[in-house]
Design a protein around this ligand. Structure first.
Ligand SMILES: C[S@@+](CC[C@H](N)C(=O)[O-])C[C@H]1O[C@@H](n2cnc3c(N)ncnc32)[C@H](O)[C@@H]1O
Length: 243
């Protein structure tokens, strides 16, 4: 009699994460040891690569996938079937409308969209969850200053900030807490405070931002562009003096 064959366990193919999503994932993985997030919300999830990695690695009790594009969520629902159904949910919805449980500790990821759109989404989430303590992770693709200024002018506590380069493009990652119980929480800075002009990537990124706002002073909203430009130029001078 031949030996019983072991049933083949088919492991789902893990999506490849580019440098940007990998940096976000690695921060979540290390933060999870301290923060113990129960729910992680992959908002604007697109194909859900980041959330799938979080789900597959069992980083938290529940992963929520949210995107406004129905075809993306329909496709994602099919690919998620290999995971236990009680560990995730996927919704077609505006990320601003997510419903958070008051007794769960959430991390809300808003990455891969512009800073201004991120503000619209946060604004709605805060409006619908007054009194909750909420941790956010942002990685805006454009208008980072607008997002930072919004966070800086509200009682957000900075948790972490860094940057990552993918395919020659630099991105800021900002983690911030709404309603921190700390008596003197560290605010989010309008420009970021992690810069070092001796670091070639930081040097390139800040020079690019300054050139961007210099160009914008020639177009519409020149006054606003000059205001932001002055803030970045002041930062540059301070860093230059210190280095
Ligand atoms: C470029 S993808 C970002 C994917 C992933 N988060 C990342 O960082 O690579 C942007 C996604 O945001 C979704 N999106 C844009 N605005 C949204 C909103 N208000 N609510 C939900 N999804 C939104 C789009 O449908 C799209 O799938």
């Amino acid at each position: 009699m031949s030996a019983p064959t072991q049933a083949a366990v088919i492991q789902p193919k893990m999506p490849y994460l580019g440098a940007r999503l990998r940096a976000i994932y690695e921060w979540i993985e290390s933060a999870q040891a301290i923060q113990s997030y129960q729910e992680i919300w992959d908002c604007c999830c697109d194909h859900g690569y980041l959330g799938i990695k979080i789900l597959a690695q069992e980083l938290c009790e529940q992963v929520y996938f949210v995107d406004q594009a129905r075809h993306l969520i329909d496709d994602l629902q099919q690919r998620l079937k290999v995971y236990p159904a009680d560990r995730y949910q996927a919704f077609t919805a505006d990320a601003g409308q997510l419903q958070l449980a008051p007794d769960k500790r959430p991390l809300i990821i808003i990455a891969g969209i512009g800073g201004e759109l991120s503000i619209d989404i946060i604004h709605q989430i805060l409006h619908n969850h007054q009194g909750h303590s909420l941790d956010f992770l942002f990685c805006p693709t454009t208008t980072q200053f607008d997002l930072r200024e919004y966070l800086a002018e509200k009682p957000f506590e900075l948790q972490h900030e860094t940057m990552v380069t993918e395919k020659g493009r630099d991105y800021e990652i900002i983690c911030a807490r709404w309603n921190s119980p700390q008596p003197h929480p560290q605010p989010v800075s309008k420009t970021g405070e992690h810069w070092d002009l001796n670091d070639a990537v930081h040097h390139r990124y800040l020079s690019k931002l300054i050139r961007h706002y210099q160009r914008r002073t020639l177009g519409e909203n020149a006054r606003e562009a000059r205001r932001v430009l002055t803030i970045y130029q002041t930062l540059w001078q301070q860093l230059d003096t210190a280095s």
